[in-house]
Design a protein. Sequence first.
Length: 374
Amino acid sequence: MLTKTLLSSLSITAALASPLSKRARDNTQAAGTNPIKFTTQFLGNQVAENSCSHRDLGFTGKIKDKWYAVWGDALWCAAGVSDPEKDTSGFHGMVRDAVSVVTGDPLKVHDLNLNKDSPVPHQNQFVPFNTAWGETNMFGFGGTSLCEVDYNSATGVVFYLVNANEQGLKGAGVGKVEVLNGTPTVTKRFGSNGFWWDQSQFPRYGDVAAYRDENSDFIYAWGGPPTRFSGDFVQGGYNYLTRVKASSAFDMSQYEYYYGASGGWIKNKPHDQFGADVAVFWNVGQGQMVYSQFYKCYIFVHLGPGSSDVFLRTATKLEGPWTPDVKVFHATPNNGGLVYAGVAHPYLDTSGQTLVISYTNNNKIEVIKVKFSK
């Protein structure tokens, strides 16, 4: 699964009040008025209709008119178990990421890339590990949304973060995804070690969110700072932004990096400056971008780290500035577990008047429906 930052509400308050957060050039500060007015309905748990596992994430993305979900850790249920609520105790196998196609029912997905387990098949690995790079089947390749690169060839890109467990985070990378026999398949990983952006130097682009902008030719990817800031509460909370034209998604030299309102976009220059004046977010959880036809703006769906709250913020440009968050739901943690990863399901209502949102609650996927008004 991808990294998750746990922050106490006391520490958050202290950081927001710090001199650093009040700098005039702080690009992460909220601006303007959030137009969102809403009512929220809890729908239930989302499960697979043809497999059975405990899972997290499930970020959605579209390739050639079909929407898919990319999961993080998928813990298989015991042999023959078709309902995760009836699973038996113990470890029954797992993969570090998987893929499904979504359905018209917000509480059902159809798992793809399944093995031959009988009577209930289980998910195979989506992003392949490569032993030539020193990777094992326990390496994590947490991915965010699939982003379409070329419609006609049904090709997309997935951003992922290589997690070597005890060795720590290695780097952020991209994989080429081709839809083969109806299943998104990672057919190539880029970089000499399977990633482009070494985490000792560069942000983990794509770890927080990835989005194929429907209003331009660009794919955008947001991610946290290099690992050297992991022990720094303030610096460790900043997020950085890159983008690339979809047609050039597999050419690292074509990526542009946002250096804040004053620095703008710089091509082929990954961030070598860090902090409030070049970041775009601070203290956000993993989430997903959508464009709202109802409000005519972008919405970022995310969960506050450690808060179990589902937040929505808005902007007219993906680099911001973003309005203050509006909390649309509070989830009760299952058995004291973690609640994280806001996922949007915009394909269920293209008018934008409602938005179905899912999130992970201790390896269960819970679903809510938000109805908007003006």
